[in-house]
Design a protein around this ligand. Structure first.
Ligand code: SF4
Length: 332
């Protein structure tokens, strides 16, 4: 068995481990490594070392609450909430008492943030109401995960108690979605301008995506200084129009989590992956999204009763991998 790694890859890993970032060609070189090669394990080991060093063994849990279920007319091809998929036909919103109870559960388990997710056609006014409601009920930082917003709307989110926003240029943006890349990037700039922390993930990664488009989104996150930016794979819910393309495995995702960790260098406060699993926790990831309520990956209206992993399960995965979910967040 050959355990020696190529000198060229060794040089890239050494450079990455200095936290200064790597360049696009180097990232593409890492993306093309054989999954079971010693180089891939050295890559994951390097990313693992970087995160444990920089984040001091902290495991983050940003608790996703999907507050509404609706047939979304934006029809992103990878989303179970898309109107044309036909899974959800009625507009419903989880009640305020339920949302507050979820938030209190998250707070009691030391969640580091609440990610308040809505469909793309949900009322901003209701997002603001929910922000004010949760701000008065729990002390966990609030992150909004909604549509593109203007400067005025960004300021309203801040006033309502949100301290950050999850927002990504998705893989296949403009092809698998009706949204323009420029508009998505404009919203990132809005978040920076108004002082909301920008949270990102390279997503939803799937077998048909070229390495170049995946890597370009990693560099977008570094360029705009994302608070975190790891990798999430696409989940093909039953009946998904993307089923024909298949899904990447957790191990393939972990390798990309590691590449994005080297790309991000010293910029991030955490490094995410989704859905929660062990192997990426030794490849540079330290942030999970436990999930309740609606989810674009689930055919169940409450993912707590579907494929969503709860916060106790996430905490267990993290402690089993020697990460501490109870120490203070590095993100806020
Ligand atoms: S990803 Fe968001 S905007 Fe796109 S269809 Fe789903 S809910 Fe609507």
């Amino acid at each position: 068995m050959n355990l020696k790694i190529s000198p060229t890859i060794d040089e890239i890993l050494e450079k990455g481990a200095d936290f200064g970032g790597i360049d696009r060609e180097e990232a593409l070189r890492l993306m093309s490594l054989d999954l079971h090669s010693p180089e891939t394990y050295a890559l994951m080991q390097t990313a693992n070392w970087m995160s444990r060093e920089q984040f001091k063994g902290k495991a983050e849990n940003h608790f996703h609450i999907g507050v509404n279920v609706a047939p979304c007319p934006l029809n992103c091809a990878f989303c179970s909430l898309a109107e044309n998929v036909g899974i959800f036909t009625e507009h419903t919103e989880f009640g305020e008492e339920k949302i507050v109870n979820w938030a209190k559960l998250a707070e009691s388990r030391n969640a580091d943030a609440l990610n308040i997710m809505t469909t793309g056609n949900f009322s901003l006014q209701r997002i603001l109401d929910i922000g004010r409601l949760l701000k008065s009920a729990v002390s966990t930082p609030l992150v909004a995960n909604t549509r593109d917003i203007s400067h005025k709307e960004g300021e309203q989110l801040l006033d309502a108690g949100y301290v950050g926003a999850y927002h990504s240029v998705r893989l296949g943006e403009g092809r698998d979605t009706p949204l323009k890349i420029d508009k998505r990037i404009r919203t990132i700039q809005v978040l920076k301008d108004v002082g909301l922390r920008w949270m990102n993930c390279v997503e939803p990664v799937a077998p048909e995506h070229r390495h170049e488009e995946i890597v370009d989104l990693m560099f977008l996150a570094r360029k705009y200084g994302a608070t975190y930016s790891g990798v999430m794979r696409r989940i093909n819910f039953p009946g998904s129009p993307m089923e024909k393309y298949g899904m990447i495995t957790e191990l393939e995702m972990a390798k990309m989590v590691a590449v994005s960790r080297l790309v991000m260098g010293d910029a991030p406060r955490a490094h995410c992956t989704h859905e929660p699993h062990s192997v990426s926790l030794i490849a540079g990831a330290n942030l999970f999204f436990p999930e309740v309520g609606s989810s674009p990956r689930d055919g169940m209206s409450d993912t707590e009763e579907g494929r969503g992993k709860g916060i106790d399960a996430c905490r267990l995965l993290q402690t089993e991998m020697h990460l501490d979910p109870d120490s203070p967040s590095n993100c806020f």
